[in-house]
Design a protein around this ligand. Structure first.
Ligand SMILES: [Zn+2]
Length: 364
């Protein structure tokens, strides 16, 4: 299945392109914009931004151009699908699968050599990519021969997969990154944790968070000046109608501009912090232009409006001086963030879960 990547383009379309002559035009416009930005914008005060995850699903439809040639040279694929596909077994009555493979050319390319497009290779590699984004810049830091163990379940819905365990052995970093799914605590609000029980994904402290209840972060900001695949916001996957807050005091400067791309949306100015915050794809806007906002005030409800493929909040922090300067919420100095850890009374259950996942993984 091809995962639409329309939200990848929402910022480009919003800022540079008011026409709509179809996807081909948008794609060309986007490429042109990126080339323009690559050569024209020399600003240096941009924080180092992690890899954009939505790029992964874009790679899914363009396997020929997934990786910088200087980093990963194309080689022929050597692991046969039979060998890589370990076995089918069950966990809690549900079928689980395990893949063990080495990266060839790109994550998506490799996964699609083992399970077909019809079986959702693009979606599975997108899921892996979403997790990997917390470990490394997957465009720059993956190497041919890095090995991956992934244990997952196939789901009925549009998500298609749920990863239970991911283990990534990186040659560049000389270490193995691990993530284990666990949800038997915190009111079933699951997440991915390392083997010591520390959460992989970061969270913004509740008082400052644009959204307090979400399923997962599916995309972090990529530096959209540097090429195709950039993304200027952080995407929080969440059910339609989830309350959206302004994390900081400020004033509403715009609502519902370029609705076709952004959907219902809000922009709040925060002069004291030198930023503007943007909230896109909303179902409902609860503030008006010119309105003064308190820190932590609800301003909207999340939705699935505009160019988006699934309900989510696109949250963006822009510099007031230059709107092309985008901040990652997890490195932005005014946003406090943290990670959860498995509480002591659940540690034993967590270790058992790890053991169950590991028991279905085999070395190839
Ligand atoms: Zn987004």
């Amino acid at each position: 299945m091809h995962i639409p990547t329309s939200s990848l383009y929402d910022q480009h379309i919003q800022k540079k392109n008011k026409f709509s002559f179809g996807f081909v035009f948008l794609f060309i416009a986007s490429v042109g914009l990126n080339i323009f930005l690559l050569f024209s914008d020399k600003e240096s005060n941009v924080v180092s931004l992690p890899q954009d995850v939505e790029a992964v699903s874009q790679i899914a439809v363009e396997v020929e151009v997934p990786q910088p040639a200087a980093i990963i040279k194309p080689v022929s694929f050597t692991v046969s699908p039979e060998k890589a596909f370990v076995e089918k077994t069950t966990l809690d009555g549900k079928a689980i699968h395990s893949l063990n493979f080495k990266i060839r050319n790109s994550l998506n390319f490799t996964v699609c050599k083992m399970i077909t497009r019809e079986n959702g290779c693009a979606a599975l590699s997108a899921h892996i990519g979403r997790l990997m984004v917390w470990f490394m810049d997957i465009k720059k830091s993956m190497r041919n021969g890095d090995s991956i163990d992934v244990v997952y379940q196939q789901l009925e819905g549009p998500e298609q997969f749920k990863i239970l365990k991911l283990s990534y052995k990186s040659q560049l970093f000389g270490k193995t990154f691990e993530a284990y799914y666990f949800d038997e605590f915190d009111q079933g609000n699951g997440g991915y944790f390392d083997s010591a029980g520390q959460e992989i994904a970061q969270r913004i402290v509740e008082a400052q968070s644009p959204i307090r209840h979400y399923i997962e972060i599916t995309s972090l900001p990529g530096d959209f000046r540097k090429g195709i695949g950039g993304h200027s916001g952080t995407d929080f996957k969440a059910e339609v109608g989830t309350p959206i807050y302004s994390g900081f005091a400020g004033k509403v400067t715009r609502t519902n501009w370029n609705v076709r791309a952004n959907g219902y949306c809000v922009e709040v100015d925060h002069p004291k912090l030198g930023i503007k915050t943007l909230y896109l794809h909303l179902s409902r806007v609860k503030v008006k232009r010119g309105q003064t906002i308190q820190a932590g005030q609800q301003i909207a409800e999340s939705g699935n409006t505009g160019r988006t493929f699934a309900p989510h909040l696109h949250y963006e922090i822009q510099s007031r001086k230059n709107k092309k300067t985008i901040y990652n919420p997890f490195t932005f100095k005014h946003h406090k963030s943290y990670t959860r850890s498995i509480p002591p009374q659940h540690q034993q259950d967590f270790q058992q879960a790890i053991n169950r996942y590991n028991s279905v993984t085999k070395e190839s």
